[in-house]
Design a protein around this ligand. Structure first.
Ligand SMILES: C[S@@+](CC[C@H](N)C(=O)[O-])C[C@H]1O[C@@H](n2cnc3c(N)ncnc32)[C@H](O)[C@@H]1O
Length: 173
């Protein structure tokens, strides 16, 4: 998994145990290194760099082993989905509505030979098999209080549009 040599990169930001790295061609990477768990993911050119998702990651570490997990709004790097697998989740469905996220995350999963992270296009729960049940449902949905704006950020007037929707429907899964 850990195919990069840290010395070759410039660390440009650190959030918890994650580093955003840049190489000499200004290409960015997300590196996680803690104990014996290390992985490094390619960030798409002009792509999203996860921030709040990185702070969320620590909670996962203690609660995810052997669990079947759903990550709603997984993003281009599928950070919560991949982090869950790295910490021993059994199987993870990583869902996003955005085609760009689906394409890039499929590339990441393939390039890094990450097994049992299934990348699925869905409007939150809409395309999921309603008979499927999960032990843990994760989400860092769009939650900025804005009526319109980017699909990644805008969470409606009070920022709770998707949070409320997820909480309402999660019980079925
Ligand atoms: C704030 S980003 C979080 C990305 C990543 N999970 C993280 O923690 O860094 C929200 C994500 O939700 C996705 N999203 C927005 N609306 C969605 C919807 N209706 N169904 C599924 N995913 C959606 C966006 O495409 C984006 O990738």
């Amino acid at each position: 998994m850990f195919k990069y040599k840290l010395e070759k990169y410039i660390p440009i930001e650190k959030v918890e145990d994650f580093y955003i790295l840049e190489d000499t061609n200004c290409k960015k990477y997300l590196l996680y290194t803690k104990g014996n768990i290390n992985y490094c993911l390619d960030i798409k050119e002009n792509g999203y760099i996860p921030k709040s998702g990185l702070m969320f990651a620590e909670i996962i570490e203690k609660n995810i082993k052997d669990k079947n997990v759903l990550d709603l709004g997984t993003g281009q790097l599928g950070i919560l989905a991949i982090h869950s697998r790295m910490y021993g989740a059994n199987n993870v469905d990583a869902v996003d509505i955005d085609d760009e996220c689906i394409i890039w995350l499929n590339k990441i999963v393939t390039d890094n030979c990450i097994e049992k992270v299934n990348v699925l296009k869905s409007d939150f729960f809409d395309n999921l098999d309603c008979k499927k049940k999960y032990d843990v449902i994760l989400s860092n949905p769009p939650q900025m209080p804005m009526i319109s704006g980017k699909m990644h950020d805008s969470g409606g007037v009070d920022g709770r549009k998707y949070i409320n929707l997820i909480l309402k429907k999660a019980d079925n899964f």
